[in-house]
Ligand binder design. Structure first.
Ligand SMILES: NC(=O)c1ccc[n+]([C@@H]2O[C@H](COP(=O)([O-])OP(=O)(O)OC[C@H]3O[C@@H](n4cnc5c(N)ncnc54)[C@H](O)[C@@H]3O)[C@@H](O)[C@H]2O)c1
Length: 252
């Protein structure tokens, strides 16, 4: 897919979390295709390395390594690793996420905390760690992948997941405001149902498809295209925004 608005990410360095498959993989692919060097990261180290190698077998313009978004120290070591190799880090996409569809009356405290750690606390520490570097450089793009569930309260999603994504939207606006004027922008992309979802969700997606005005489920590349726009140099005046990519399922 070509870069939106003729933007090129040539010379830029990006890091994507949860990029071993699904939407994260499509984002890594899109940013790389648009000219960025890309660090492909995931808690699944082999998956991250495989995606990185599939983008560039030589390894000159990609790297793949383990980054568990539950751990602040993993963000710190990732920053160290990427800047040691490529001198800078311009674009961070906080994509890693985990949804568990436990009936509300059966959600235990440990599970609630785990969902918050992966989907919300991760966004805070990523923004905290990476924005410090970006501020020093005077340029940066942080893009958080939230969810339609954060706006409608969650129809098929569980309450802890929906609440975590709502919190990620709030953090997007918090950091956007804090960093405005530094050259660093923070925005979100909020997908509706996407075809990346695991096999066990296939039947559910068929039901949802009938409700989507566009009449189909999104392809992962369509989420990546919105990320690519926000990542571009041309997007410097888009601050604290959320781009809804939901086929008209929810308009606001
Ligand atoms: N698929 C959808 O319909 C949909 C809809 C709305 C929002 N989203 C959001 O989009 C993002 C990507 O979703 P997807 O459908 O590609 O999911 P997916 O389950 O296919 O992929 C998620 C990736 O995140 C990784 N991951 C999980 N826990 C991690 C951790 N602790 N640290 C690092 N990586 C971890 C997984 O290994 C996996 O590679 C998520 O934030 C999700 O909440 C997805």
């Amino acid at each position: 897919m070509s870069a939106p608005f003729g933007s090129s990410l040539s010379g830029r360095v990006a890091l994507v979390t949860g990029a071993a498959r699904g939407i994260g993989e499509a984002i890594a692919r899109e940013l790389h295709q648009n000219g960025a060097k890309v660090a492909v990261t995931d808690v699944d180290e082999h998956g991250a390395q495989a995606v990185a190698a599939s983008l560039d077998a030589s390894g000159d313009s990609t790297m793949g390594f383990a980054l568990d978004v539950r751990k602040k120290e993993d963000f710190e070591s990732a920053l160290e690793r990427v800047t040691r190799q490529w001198s800078t880090l311009d674009i961070v996409v906080n994509n890693a996420g985990y949804a568990k569809r436990t009936p509300t009356d059966q959600i235990a405290p440990d599970e609630f905390d785990e969902i918050i750690a992966i989907n919300l606390r991760s966004v805070f520490f990523s923004c905290q760690v990476f924005s410090t570097h970006m501020k020093e450089k005077g340029h940066g793009r942080i893009i958080n992948i939230t969810s339609l569930a954060s706006h409608n309260g969650g129809t098929v999603a569980s309450p802890h997941y929906s609440a975590a994504k709502g919190g990620a939207t709030t953090l997007t606006r918090y950091f956007a405001r804090q960093l405005a004027g530094t050259g660093v922008t923070v925005n979100a992309v909020s997908p509706g149902p996407v075809a990346s979802a695991k096999e066990r969700l296939k039947n559910m997606l068929e039901d949802i498809k009938r409700q989507v005005p566009v009449g189909r489920i999104a392809d992962t590349s369509e989420i990546a295209a919105a990320v690519s726009l926000l990542a571009s140099d041309r997007a410097g005046y888009i601050v604290g925004a959320t781009i809804d990519v939901n086929g008209g399922l929810y308009m606001r």
